[in-house]
Design a protein around this ligand. Structure first.
Ligand code: FDA
Length: 309
């Protein structure tokens, strides 16, 4: 299983595969399980469906490692338009961006300026922007950009990954900013000196960090999103909430479109707040490989699509 995960994560970095696999009809059919469509309208329609169930959305336009400043500008304009469309349609929908899609690889400053434009646009629409966390080579620079932007705007949060040894320390240094934090396990291939290699240890650290985060809500005015599909961890978090008498609406659960939707419905029916992250856009290949790596059993689903094509 670990070998398969490694192979899928290595494939996610291949430019050759990135250019070829999306051309096959079977791959487009398989990816439809995790995204409602490639255009913004499909994502907005899906968000409207969740809204009827009392579930919010976070929209993300897929793409990463954009090397061209003009393309990064185009992505920035796309997000600004998306924020306008969300406001026009009255949706409870936020957005989530990757700094490398906003030009971070070209120059950190470019991504910071593009992000600022998006966050500023969101602030005027009373909306909120999340910053995804990419692989560990970007952790420092992503947190630097986050600190800079958070000192100017309150409507911005960042993702932290429980598989990194450093995350508890990062969380401590961010708390004075009253940050928005989305806690995830982590989706990239990392060496054992940087990240816990064993799932059991990642899960343990996730719970430690989640408990820490829940404790910061009142004292540090942290906005907390617990982003996992792990039923056992979700149950343990609900236990802490009851034991510590934390209001159910003081934080939210977040999950990805197409994964454990019934569990998200149950949580919101039980009084918790929930959001589904809806991805869209044609540049889905590396993101889709990471989804397969999270659960290599998903490859059977791909295989069925190959056989039926
Ligand atoms: P785990 O992988 O243990 O899965 C628990 C259960 O969930 C599985 O047993 C299975 O039932 C189901 N499941 C999980 N993944 C599945 C899949 N792909 N297909 C089918 N079933 C699946 N990562 C990152 O590095 N940077 C980021 O910015 C983000 N952002 C982000 C936002 C949101 C809202 C979520 C939910 C997740 C992310 N992630 C992320 C991804 C995250 O790091 C992690 O890889 C996935 O959430 C899978 O981990 P789980 O916590 O679900 O646990």
């Amino acid at each position: 299983m670990a070998l398969m995960r490694s192979m899928l994560l290595a494939a996610s970095k291949s430019q050759w595969l990135r250019e070829r696999i999306p051309q096959f009809e079977f791959s487009r059919r398989a990816v439809a399980r995790f995204m409602p469509g490639e255009d913004l309208s499909s994502a907005l329609n899906a968000a409207a469906g969740f809204q009827q169930l009392g579930i919010g959305a976070v929209l993300t336009y897929l793409g990463e490692n954009v090397k061209d400043a003009a393309e990064a500008r185009r992505v920035t304009d796309h997000y600004c338009d998306a924020i306008s469309r969300i406001a026009e349609t009255g949706l409870n929908g936020e957005i989530s961006v990757k700094l490398t899609q906003l030009g971070h690889d070209t120059r950190t400053e470019i991504s910071r300026e593009n992000l600022q434009q998006i966050v500023d646009r969101a602030q005027r629409s009373r909306n909120f922007v999340w910053i995804d966390m990419e692989d560990s080579s970007y952790t420092d620079s992503t947190l630097d950009v986050y600190r800079a932007i958070r000192s100017q705007y309150s409507n911005v949060g960042v993702c932290l990954q429980a598989y990194l040894y450093r995350t508890r320390r990062d969380l401590e240094t961010l708390l004075p900013l009253s940050p928005g934090i989305r806690l995830v396990k982590g989706a990239y291939r990392e060496p054992p000196h940087i990240a816990f290699p064993k799932k059991k240890d990642v899960d343990t650290n996730f719970m430690v960090l989640a408990a820490d985060l829940l404790n910061t809500i009142e004292r540090h005015k942290t906005r907390v999103a617990i982003a996992t599909h792990d039923a056992r961890l979700c149950e343990r978090i609900q236990k802490i909430v009851i034991e510590k008498d934390i209001p159910k609406n003081a934080f939210e659960f977040q999950m990805l479109y197409g994964i454990r939707s019934a569990a998200m419905k149950d949580l919101t029916q039980n009084g918790y707040r929930g959001r589904v992250l809806i991805s869209y856009g044609p540049a889905w290949f590396p993101w889709y490989m990471r989804r397969l790596a999270e659960r290599p059993a998903n490859l059977l689903f791909v295989l069925r699509n190959v056989l039926s094509s």
